[in-house]
Ligand binder design. Structure first.
Ligand SMILES: *Cc1c(COP(=O)(O)O)cnc(C)c1O
Length: 803
């Protein structure tokens, strides 16, 4: 948008006085932040209305991205940038005596997600708006996002994260668009005059779903899409209930949108989670159908105007809910309703880990969602009947929706969708060949791959301004919306001047992170050391433990031989463990204990440091990733569906140290073997081990003296304060078979780390690798990912053509 500095200053002062009856000198940071947020909202409002008007007038097909999680992070800078007024506003604020960066810090991260899956949804809505894809987010407005992580004596402690405590300047509550969602009760089907079965409900509990809409502002375009998050409230008519009953019912109802991931270790917690899933699915679909009906088109044409995407299985109840609305409320028969449902819905699978494949006990489903359960039973019955003509009974049993007393959500999503995609080439192939091979056999044309992506605007242009300016100066500015232009950097690979400037930029970012580390932890780190970073959720398959065992081996090497030729390193960790995931929490404790030991041992001086930064989240990622030299992507091959932090690091010029897992394979294909450091088993070797049952972790402990020494350190008191944790972890590796092949990959990993050490000593060579990585990272922009979804799955328009 067009905005002069003078206009901005005048607008800001007026807004501040309207909201807080205040002038700049007397206002505090929060008031200034809220004012700026409201002002940005008012700037975006006109384009928001225009976008909706345009969609309506052109009769454009709309996409709704249903996701339990949206890990948005902060929005202030991104909104300013996307509106094209970042520099103007920064300068205007400065003239009024304010600092944009200080205002940015006031915003609390919207942490409505756990990790990669939720961040993917956030990247997708940014990219859809930027390329004028009519695509909107649909999810839950959790009052508390992911917990805040604190370390107490090295242990993770979870604290509530009340991200709404200062209000949320970006959202608008729309009570007039609220809908009712039904739970519990009895349902009877009765024939009406036309012979149609109509459900009659008794004793149901009604929950009012109130939408809060947030504008999703596209970059440099006039498109402003909508992120609609639902909040659970008491229905208005219940205001006549007796006082105490009212309060009780209110708190029960409001708990639906209270916390992301309720405690799933008990029945109540699991039930709440199922309520949440149906809550945002039902509210979302009801509101989509209401909007569609305004167009005056028949329900049988729904798939021409509406696509609904199911992000993982959490919204899989879209299948029976859309059927319910089409039949019970719109009077369609089963067959045409099913035809429409399958055409409207598409599904993304995010994991092959069996414990993450959702299923719900049939009795829980029947009690909480009686009508939905009836429809699921009928979907299952018809599926079994249809398949019986083509396949044997075993095949049907393996693939049907209801089996062993539970509802299989992935099966429901697959049977009810016209498209099923994996999130990286390797992952999609594993789905086809192993995890979903029966379904691939039955519905081959439904399967496709869409490799994940990241919005390169947030993950480079906004979070790494020194690198952004440098790239602009070399290849112009078009790469902001045409990220494969980054390829134009490749011819500079032997340009010493360019490589030196890249090194300087990395140094600036490392210094910025070092200052932050000092402020937050009191620890001084040497910025000439290699910054070796592993930041992601804590999970055994991601193998933070492998990283730690290697660090311990370096430590013992230095203890034995103080003159050992090791290039100085700062190992940086960040990440949360699920509150009930004891093993992952033990690894966190172990890393903190090792950090205590190593950081305070004068024998290793500045050679080795471990920094574990508390409370990893989007804003912290934006600070850490630009400062990384090495990107640790060391999951056991086959386990990480795609990974997206691997892409963020590559984009910022870190060299990837990786197994051939997820999208690491595609990074290798792009940059070549010389510009990535690979190690470890391949997915095929892992599957072979499973097949032969031939992995014996004890052998590696026995025959590798370095590993032996490191593992003994877990149990012999060498690392103070971890008796119990050290023993558990030792036992998991030696006694219980080392499920994720940590010991099998250790030696190869240590060799790869040695290679990192050697390569880093040649700064020009290292920066050349960094440059090749940056130049080839454009392919992983979520701009392309969503354009592929739009063209190949959703069949919707965008303003950008794909190649
Ligand atoms: C990108 C991102 C992730 C995903 O990281 P992976 O290493 O791909 O698992 C998780 N959390 C945050 C905050 C992120 O920004």
């Amino acid at each position: 948008m067009e905005l002069t500095k003078e206009q901005f200053k005048a607008d800001f002062e007026r807004m501040l006085s309207d909201y807080f009856t205040m002038d700049v000198e007397k206002s505090d940071l929060t008031e200034q932040y809220v004012t700026l947020g409201k002002l940005i909202g008012s700037y975006a409002a006109k384009e928001w209305r225009n976008t909706n008007q345009r969609y309506l007038e052109k009769g454009e097909k709309q996409v709704y991205y249903f996701s339990m999680e949206f890990l948005l992070g902060r929005m202030l800078k991104s909104n300013l940038f996307n509106l094209g007024i970042l520099d103007t506003v920064r300068a205007g604020l400065k003239e009024m005596g304010m600092d944009l960066e200080a205002l940015e810090q006031v915003e609390l991260d919207a942490g409505l997600g756990n990790g990669g899956l939720g961040r993917l949804a956030a990247c997708f809505i940014d990219s859809m708006a930027t390329h004028a894809i009519p695509g909107h987010g649909n999810g839950i407005r959790f009052k508390y996002g992911l917990f805040r992580q604190k370390f107490v004596n090295g242990y993770q402690v979870e604290l509530p994260e009340n991200w709404l405590r200062n209000g949320n300047v970006w959202e608008t509550r729309r009570l007039n668009k609220a809908v009712n969602v039904r739970f519990y009760g009895n349902v009877r089907l009765e024939k009406d005059a036309s012979g149609h079965f109509v459900p009659h409900y008794e004793n149901e509990e009604i929950v009012l779903a109130v939408p809060y809409d947030t504008p999703v502002i596209g970059y440099g375009d006039n498109t402003v899409n909508t992120l609609r998050l639902w909040s659970a409230e008491m229905p208005l008519e219940d205001a006549n209930t007796e006082y105490h009953a009212f309060i009780q019912q209110q708190s029960r109802i409001e708990s639906i949108s209270e916390v992301l991931y309720p405690d799933d270790s008990n029945y109540e917690g699991r039930l709440l989670r199922l309520k949440q899933e149906y809550f945002f699915v039902s509210a979302g679909i009801q509101s989509i159908i209401r909007t569609y009906k305004k167009r005056g088109l028949p329900m049988s044409n729904l798939a021409e105007k509406v696509a609904i995407h199911i992000n993982d299985t959490h919204p899989a109840l879209c299948v029976p809910e859309l059927m319910r609305i089409l039949m019970d409320e719109e009077g369609m028969d089963w067959e045409p309703a099913w035809d429409v449902t399958v055409k409207v819905l598409s599904y993304t699978n995010h994991t092959i880990m069996s414990e993450a494949l959702e299923s719900w006990p049939t009795d829980m489903m029947a009690q909480l969602l009686p009508r939905i359960y009836q429809i699921i039973c009928e979907i299952d019955r018809r599926y079994a009947e249809d398949m019986a003509r083509l396949y044997d009974w075993d095949m049907i049993e393996r693939t049907r929706v209801i089996s062993g007393g539970s509802v299989k959500m992935a099966h429901l999503a697959i049977i009810g969708s016209h498209s099923i995609n994996g999130v990286a080439k390797l992952h999609t192939n594993i789905l086809k060949e192993k995890v979903l091979r029966d379904f691939y056999h039955i519905f081959p044309s439904r399967f496709n791959n869409k490799t994940n992506g990241i919005t390169h605007r947030r993950w480079l242009l906004l979070s790494n301004e020194p690198l952004r300016s440098f790239i602009d100066s070399k290849i112009g500015k078009e790469w902001a919306t045409k990220p494969t232009d980054l390829k134009m950097l490749e011819p500079f690979r032997r340009d010493e001047n360019v490589l030196r400037q890249l090194a300087e930029i990395k140094q600036i970012n490392k210094q910025r992170l070092a200052d932050y580390i000092r402020k937050r932890t009191g620890l001084a780190v040497w910025t000439d050391a290699i910054f070796d970073v592993q930041v992601k959720r804590f999970h055994a398959y991601k193998r933070q433990l492998l990283n730690l065992l290697h660090i311990l081996s370096l430590y013992f090497k230095l203890k034995d031989d103080p003159g050992a030729d090791i290039y100085p390193r700062v190992f940086i960790f960040g990440g949360k463990a699920a509150p009930s995931y004891t093993y992952a929490k033990e690894i966190i404790k172990l890393i903190n204990a090792a950090a205590d030991l190593i950081n305070h041992d004068p024998a290793v001086r500045d050679m080795l440091k471990i920094v574990f930064i508390e409370n990893y989240g989007v804003s912290l990622a934006e600070r850490i990733i630009p400062a990384a030299d090495v990107s640790e992507q060391i999951s056991l091959a086959s386990k990480e569906a795609s990974g997206t932090s691997n892409m963020k690091f590559m984009l910022n010029g870190a060299v990837t140290l990786a197994t051939l897992d997820g999208a690491n394979v595609e990074i290798r294909d792009l940059v070549g073997e010389d510009n990535i450091i690979l190690f470890g088993l391949t997915d095929q070797e892992v599957f072979q081990y499973y097949h032969d049952r031939s992995y014996h972790s004890y052998d590696y402990y026995k025959k590798n003296p370095v590993l032996h020494r490191v593992l003994d350190a877990l149990i012999d008191g060498s690392i103070p304060g971890v008796q119990a944790e050290g023993r558990d972890i030792f036992d998991s590796l030696i006694k219980y078979g080392d499920e994720f092949f940590v010991l099998r990959d250790f030696e190869d990993y240590a060799l790869a780390q040695k290679k990192v050490d050697m390569l880093y000593r040649d700064p020009l060579k290292w920066q050349e690798m960094a440059l090749i990585n940056i130049a080839n990272a454009g392919v992983f922009s979520s701009d392309y990912t969503v354009l592929r979804y739009a063209a190949e799955i959703w069949n919707v328009n965008s303003k950008t053509r794909l190649f």
